[in-house]
Design a protein around this ligand. Structure first.
Ligand code: NDP
Length: 296
């Protein structure tokens, strides 16, 4: 079997176009422009690239982008004061604090100071609780993107066996909650899981969010399964830097029914879902109908 390639790049472009069309309608019919504030503390090169991309795509979707670049030695009270200002600003519907923060700043404290209704990353403890109890919340962007691709590929996910490898707060756990919400039978695996290969072989849906290059080989994949590879790892191959996932793509694609590539799979969906979450937050803040198909 050769797997169907789930094209995250094309799907993300579709999501962004859907967001842009809804934003245009909001402007025309309601005179409202959604706004996303991104806060970057320090000069981490990867974070700077992410923030720049977010700004560009926010503008392209017709939204306002407010970038706040703070020096690496910014004090916690100063950062909290900025977030309080953004919480109170009616032009700001989404707030994202780029992680990781410098070590002297308490990430949990900072994230939990964001108004949960504006927490477009879905990391605030209130949103975590709302998602866990099946209530309306802001959903973390990467797992939301994975869910959208799975729904698009399968339609209903009800009754499918899903295995999520990785239990981080930003990917693994919310991914498992979302799959449970769609009535999958969910197993969460991690570094202490016994017989991981055997656990993975039971999955109709296998999500790898581990951070270990090409860790999941094809013989861990059930024939016909759908494989979602969240991993983004830079490795050196033949003297060149190459981007690979947590799944060994060639061997897995030979067995799976469908698979996301790296790059061009889950990655592009993350920013698309950030835009979708900002639009959703804006609609909720204004008591308007939420965009269809862009929330969990
Ligand atoms: P974390 O490091 O926070 O979590 C990794 C998880 O993998 C942990 O739960 C860990 O288990 C588990 N793990 C580690 N080694 C093994 C192993 N040998 N066997 C089984 N489980 C293992 O990573 P993240 O969740 O933040 O990210 C995961 C990957 O996804 C990374 O490659 C990251 O770059 C990528 N990513 C991609 C995004 C995108 O936009 N596409 C966005 C976010 C992340 P334990 O808890 O027991 O330590």
């Amino acid at each position: 079997m050769t797997a169907t390639v789930i094209d995250g790049k094309a799907f993300a472009a579709k999501v962004r176009a859907q967001v842009a069309a809804h934003v245009a309608r909001l402007k025309e019919e309601n005179g409202i422009t959604p706004g996303l504030a991104v806060v970057l503390v320090g000069e981490d090169p990867a974070s700077q690239v992410y923030v720049r991309n977010k700004g560009v795509q926010t503008h392209e979707a017709g939204m306002n982008s407010f970038e706040h670049k703070l020096s690496a030695d910014t004090s916690e009270p100063d950062l909290l004061a900025l977030i309080a200002t953004l919480n109170a600003d009616p032009a700001v519907h989404g707030i994202l604090v780029q992680l990781p923060l410098p070590k002297h700043l308490d990430s949990d404290l900072v994230i939990n100071s964001i108004n949960p209704a504006k927490d477009v990353d879905g990391f605030h403890i209130s949103n975590v609780g709302l998602l866990g109890t099946g209530q309306k919340s802001m959903v973390p962007c990467t797992p939301l993107g994975c869910l959208m691709m799975l729904r698009d590929h399968h339609g209903s996910l009800a009754g499918m066996n899903a295995v999520v490898v990785g239990r981080s707060n930003i990917v693994g756990k919310p991914m498992a909650q979302l799959l449970l919400g769609d009535s999958c039978t969910v197993t969460i695996a991690h570094s202490r899981t016994k017989d991981l290969a055997e656990v993975c072989r039971r999955a109709d849906i296998l999500v790898a969010a581990v951070g270990r290059p090409e860790m999941v080989p094809g013989d861990w994949v059930k024939p016909g399964a759908t494989v979602i590879d969240v991993g983004i790892n830079r490795i050196e191959k033949d003297g060149k830097v190459k981007l690979v996932g947590d799944v060994h793509y060639e061997s897995a694609a030979a067995v799976a029914g469908a698979i996301t590539p790296v790059p061009g799979g889950v990655g592009p969906m993350t920013i698309a879902c950030l835009l979708a979450n900002t639009l959703t937050a804006c609609c909720r803040a204004n008591g308007l109908a939420e965009p269809e198909g862009l929330t969990a």
